[in-house]
Write a protein that binds this ligand. Structure first.
Ligand code: FE2
Length: 330
């Protein structure tokens, strides 16, 4: 029913810091909207991310996309029959969100969720804040959001049973994290059990690996790196995490895998969240130690996965080593 993460908004009064961070480091296009609102574009849509001074620090909302008005009505009915209070939002808010229509409600952790249809696109082409090759959005949505929660189970039940998200996989060590899909993107949502409800990170995926490497240089120079460059075991994303001007992180990634939601079977992942790298400043030292040990195990076992590429961002090479060519032939 829900087809993707369409937009997200965060309350912050650090609009100037956010504008610099969003354009200079991530590569968003900034659209100034008066002195209390900053909007970011990532593609042909009029806005994807909103930073709103009026919302207050720590406030946030997530816009989940459905196909049309009929689907929006059906989702509202489904929520109400599950006992969830749904608000049909007025045209003024739909205009501000640059969509045709939206409803709002809350998940059991208190996150404001919006469901919408009919996102407006801009006639002017996307113009990134620094020279990047672009973001991978379209039918995969803008990326993924990761929330921290007190207790995963009740929140997971809401997203899977009421909203229809599919469980992709989960880890129990070095921390509990559950990953959910609504389209072929491996996860559009994840929940990390930290004992406290909050915003952990927002992931955006870039077209070229070099876009991520160049963001990494900017983040290093500005001392924003909160998780070093590494590769995830489940979505196979090569990424790093930067501190935003707010209290959460943005993950800049490349090469995320696609899954087939119709046939996907969720599994527990035993190698931790990363094949290599991703040293996590945000984790308590004893958990970092566990994470390091899991990575070393993965390395000892020779855990690896092919890179996941798209037309235009790779070039297939021929082998140049007789031994390797022999290995490949077999
Ligand atoms: Fe992530």
């Amino acid at each position: 029913m829900i087809s993707g993460l369409g937009y997200a908004g965060f309350g912050s009064d650090k609009l100037e810091d956010w504008r610099r961070f969003g354009t200079n480091m991530v590569g968003f296009q900034a659209i100034e909207r008066g002195n209390s609102l900053l909007a970011f574009r990532m593609d042909d849509r009029k806005q994807r991310i909103v930073i709103d001074r009026a919302m207050g620090d720590g406030a946030r909302f997530f816009g989940w996309e459905v196909a049309d008005g009929t689907a929006l009505d059906a989702l509202a009915a489904r929520l109400e029959s599950a006992g969830v209070t749904v608000t049909a939002e007025p045209q003024t808010l739909a205009d501000a969100r640059r969509v045709r229509a939206l409803i709002s409600f809350h998940d059991p952790a208190g996150n404001r969720l919006e469901a919408f249809h009919g996102a407006e696109t801009d006639d002017a082409p996307f113009s990134p804040g620094r020279s990047i090759s672009g973001f991978r959005t379209g039918p995969l949505g803008l990326g993924h959001v990761v929330l921290t929660v007190e207790n995963i189970e009740p929140i997971m039940a809401f997203y899977t049973k009421v909203l229809g998200f599919g469980l992709s996989d989960y880890i129990e060590k070095p921390f509990r994290a559950y990953f959910f899909h609504v389209n072929p993107r491996h996860h559009s949502l994840a929940l990390i059990e930290t004992g406290k409800a909050g915003m952990h990170h927002l992931m955006v995926e870039l077209f070229s690996l070099d876009d991520v490497g160049q963001s990494y240089d900017v983040a290093l120079a500005e001392e924003r790196v909160n998780v070093t460059l590494g590769r995830h075991t489940n979505d196979l994303m090569t990424s790093f995490y930067a501190k935003t001007p707010s209290s959460f992180m943005v993950e800049c990634g490349w090469g995320g895998r696609e899954i087939d939601p119709a046939s996907w079977q969720p599994v527990e992942m035993h190698h931790g969240p990363s094949l290599w790298g991703h040293e996590r400043v945000w984790l308590p030292e004893k958990d970092r130690e566990v994470a390091r040990e899991m990575r070393m195990n993965a390395a000892r076992e020779g855990l690896r996965a092919p890179v996941q590429v798209m037309e235009g961002n790779y070039k297939l090479m021929s082998g140049t080593c007789a031994w390797w060519d022999g290995v490949r032939r077999n």
